[in-house]
Write a protein that binds this ligand. Structure first.
Ligand code: DLZ
Length: 221
């Protein structure tokens, strides 16, 4: 049971989304999201997340950076019209715990996509490499094993400066993670209705009667 796994203190309830969108957020609709130092970018189509349920799992390490990344995520979810009540947030001790927590949340059936959020900063030992690689592999495994999209929300950096460059302002990677989560949640819904839908993964005609849309379960535990 999830309620046994996550302490009530860690449960933050439905996320509080910003009431009004910043001018920057408004301008980003369907626009490229700048990545990694502004040298690369990714574009998302206009995403309707109004029936999408998102789980955000946060590592407690590097709390300030995590907060900034989650802010970027929420800005993106707001932009995609994901309702506040469709977002749940939990905390785990560190990045190493994210895969198992993702698995619990995925198996709950309560979310359509999960965004694990962790920051790993290189130190003097090999600890960084061991945790980064095992967490990344674990997150991929959870997505593949459960069929619930798990976004790669880990920032693995050599120093604090690199983290800041990727977690604030227009290069906040959380923004891209939020978009990716909605994008993949919608793809999953399309895939789940594949047998009935005439437009499964882009093949055939658009299904306009709405009969293939899976029922939306209310979020909450
Ligand atoms: C132990 C550790 C270290 C050294 N560094 C980080 C880090 O930079 N980011 C992070 O999220 N977690 C770190 N941890 C904690 C581990 O992920 C894990 O929580 C503990 O080893 C307990 O299993």
């Amino acid at each position: 049971m999830l309620s046994l796994v996550f302490s009530s203190a860690a449960f933050q309830g439905p996320a509080l989304l910003a009431g009004s969108r910043s001018p920057a957020a408004q301008m980003r609709t369907a626009a490229p999201v700048i990545m990694a130092g502004g040298t690369t970018e990714v574009s998302f189509p206009t995403l309707d997340g109004s029936e999408v349920r998102i789980g955000i799992l946060k590592a407690r390490w590097h709390e300030g950076h995590i907060g900034n990344l989650v802010g970027g995520i929420k800005e993106a979810l707001t932009e995609c019209k994901v309702p506040e009540e469709n977002i749940v947030e939990y905390e785990v001790p560190g990045a190493f715990e994210l895969p198992l927590a993702c698995r619990y949340l995925a198996l709950s059936g309560k979310v359509d996509a999960i965004i694990p959020v962790g920051v790993l900063i290189k130190g003097d030992t090999t600890h960084f490499e061991v945790i980064s690689e095992s967490a990344a592999k674990g997150l991929m495994d959870v997505g593949l094993a459960t069929g619930i999209p798990v976004i790669f929300g880990l920032l693995t950096a050599n120093n604090e400066e690199q983290v800041v460059a990727r977690s604030v302002g227009s290069n906040n990677h959380g923004n891209q993670w939020g978009m990716a989560a909605v994008d993949m949640a919608l793809l999953r819904k399309t895939a789940l209705s594949g047998a009935k839908s005439k437009s499964f993964l882009g093949f055939g005609q658009e299904d306009t009667d709405g009969a293939s849309t899976p029922p939306v379960k209310k979020i909450g535990f």
